[in-house]
Ligand binder design. Sequence first.
Ligand code: 0O2
Length: 270
Amino acid sequence: MEIQLWRSILCPYELAVKELVVKFEHIIREHKQNDLYSPIEQVKGRVKSVSSILEKMQRKHIPMERLEEEVEDIAGIRIICQFEEDIDAVASMIRNRTDMTIKSEKNYLKHIKQSGYRSYHLIIYYTVDTLNGPKKLQAEIQIRTMAMNFWATIEHSLQYKYKGDMPLHVTERLSKAADAIISLDHEMSSVRNEIMDAQNSSQMQSNLVRDILNNIENLYKLSNKREVMKIQDEFLRVYKTKDLQQLERFHRQLDIIAEGYRAQAVNYLP
Ligand code: 0O2
């Protein structure tokens, strides 16, 4: 096929990958802004390379006219989670969306692949707007933990290196490593609540500090400088205590002060 034709086939998939990455990244941002733990840690996306598409078509005897129906992962999204429990949360989030519909799901956590591969796969239908109108296409979403991703990345490179002829001693090592990853994920799950609490507090602190500094900055425009310097010194004192409750109290008080100055400023308007 001509290069130009490949470009026009892949172009809507490039758009889909970009849009999907933005949408999943936005979910992370929304959680953080609302002081909530995000089940999504990281999102990556890629359009399958032409050589990888050709290899799959050859291996699965897919004719050119069936390419877009049968190669389901031309657009690929990978969602990385911290904990195994997060995978279910992300999958149901996707099921509930109105901009994606599920074609199929594969649970390689319940049915671990012979290689030791674990991950949750969803094939979705997603519509992009192109110059020729809307185009409904397929995308593969892989959801896995950081530990599963570590294993899969290494194993994928080794598969590439040995081109389907991996020596037994390497396969055995990878199988042991896969078992270790299962134990690691379970261990991390057992301390999940503590880790989540710590991460939530740190996110809450950073949101509070951001809001307080915004308020102080606005006060510079409305109040006298000496007053604001005093507030700033008080903020530094409270901040150094590393006590979240004190910081929250300070934030509330500052809100009241700022509100008072805003009301005064409105009253002075001609
Ligand atoms: P890429 O883009 O290099 O990742 P098949 O493609 O024949 O394996 P199928 O049914 O089309 O099978 O899809 P499946 O098994 O649900 O998932 C395909 C993708 O999952 C692969 O994409 C890999 O990304 C990942 N995957 C599946 N099995 C393994 C495995 O044993 N090890 C690793 N590291 N990854 C796996 P591709 O096609 O390899 O392309």
